[in-house]
Design a protein around this ligand. Structure first.
Ligand SMILES: Nc1ncnc2c1ncn2[C@@H]1O[C@H](COP(=O)(O)OP(=O)(O)O)[C@@H](O)[C@H]1O
Ligand SMILES: [Mg+2]
Length: 323
């Protein structure tokens, strides 16, 4: 271990300078990785990135996400991911993207040795309720890092000058550790850029953000999610290292999702094929809604198992709702 980083680490501890501490720790981890000490590097990464108990029983503290300086709202929310790829029913292309990005991260050093950049800026797009937010959580699980969800409403609704400062703070936070930073409902930013009624200053803010995205070289993975493909112009697509499309499920995938969710809930022979064909055209979220709806009604009737009629009635209610 290099003496310089160790000195930085100790100095940062002495002055309680968390940012310097994390930078030094990150340098040590990278050095261990360069020495092919992958298991040690992974353990160190987990200790520094993921909250909870370390092996010595000390609590590992995550730095708090930044806050808006004017009204003190948190600009992001940190969550330990609890969803996995196996909880989702997705197209092969989505699965390949998520496992591929995680594999690159696990072998970051090999890529770095050959001068190949990691995919760090990812765009998820597709209709609502088809797994963009859940997919980001699953990617965080695969990467073994906390999920940081940026609250674009807090970031943007503040005074214009403050918006750029907020975005800069988030990017700075992205340098402090290894997280997955999710800019969810990213169209809030894209829309501002294209809306002719918006003030020119907002466009400058958006461009500044895109530039920050371009220049980002830190250890985190940045994921932006949007429902609106057309709001994102070509210049914007180019900023991302990968673009992953989430689609509505096919009838076959609806069947898979019904089976997956019903495998954890007591049920008595519901007709999955019929249920799937009735749910055709709806997003994954609707399939899940129908199951919870059926389960709720069964439990309220004092029963324990989802029956075919209960599922049928729940699907009918699901189809009547807007999705
Ligand atoms: N591909 C999927 N596989 C399994 N469940 C899904 C999938 N997509 C969405 N869901 C379920 O629907 C709900 C909403 O999904 P979410 O990821 O928030 O969608 P989006 O971000 O695309 O709007 C979640 O609770 C999730 O469990
Ligand atoms: Mg979402």
């Amino acid at each position: 271990m290099a003496g310089r980083e160790l000195k930085q680490l100790f100095t940062a501890f002495g002055t309680r300078d968390e940012l310097s501490f994390r930078r030094a720790a990150q340098a040590i981890i990278e050095e261990e990785e360069a020495k092919q000490h992958h298991a040690l590097a992974r353990d160190l990464r987990r200790l520094i990135a993921v909250g909870g108990e370390s092996s010595s029983g000390d609590t590992v503290v995550l730095p708090d996400p930044p806050r808006d300086r004017d009204n003190d709202w948190p600009l992001a929310e940190v969550r330990q991911p609890s969803r996995y790829l196996t909880d989702l029913v997705v197209n092969e292309s989505v699965e390949t993207a998520i496992t591929g990005i995680a594999a690159e991260s696990a072998h970051a050093q090999i890529l770095a040795d050959h001068g190949v950049p990691l995919r760090r800026r990812i765009l998820f797009w597709g209709p609502p309720g088809c797994g963009k937010t859940s997919g980001a959580e699953a990617l965080a699980s695969e990467l073994g890092v906390p999920l940081v969800v940026v609250r674009l409403d807090s970031v943007i609704s503040s005074y214009l000058g403050q918006t750029a400062a907020n975005l800069r703070q988030i990017m700075e936070y992205a340098h402090q550790g290894r997280w997955l930073i999710l800019f969810d409902e990213f169209d809030a930013i894209g829309r501002l850029r294209d809306d002719p009624t918006e003030h020119g200053e907002i466009k400058r803010v958006v461009n500044a953000f895109l530039q920050m995205l371009d220049q980002y070289q830190g250890p985190s993975t940045l994921v932006a999610a949007t429902n609106h493909e057309r709001l994102l112009d070509t210049a914007l697509w180019r900023r991302f290292d990968d673009v992953v499309e989430f689609r509505k499920p096919t009838v076959h995938q609806i069947r898979q999702l019904l089976r997956l969710r019903l495998s954890r809930i007591p049920s008595s022979r519901p007709d999955i094929d019929r249920a799937a064909s009735l749910l055709k055209g709806l997003p994954h979220a609707a399939v899940e809604f129908a199951i919870w709806d059926a389960y709720r009604s069964i439990l309220l009737e004092g029963n324990q198992e989802i029956t075919a009629p209960a599922l049928g009635a729940a699907i009918e209610r699901t189809r009547q709702r807007p999705w």
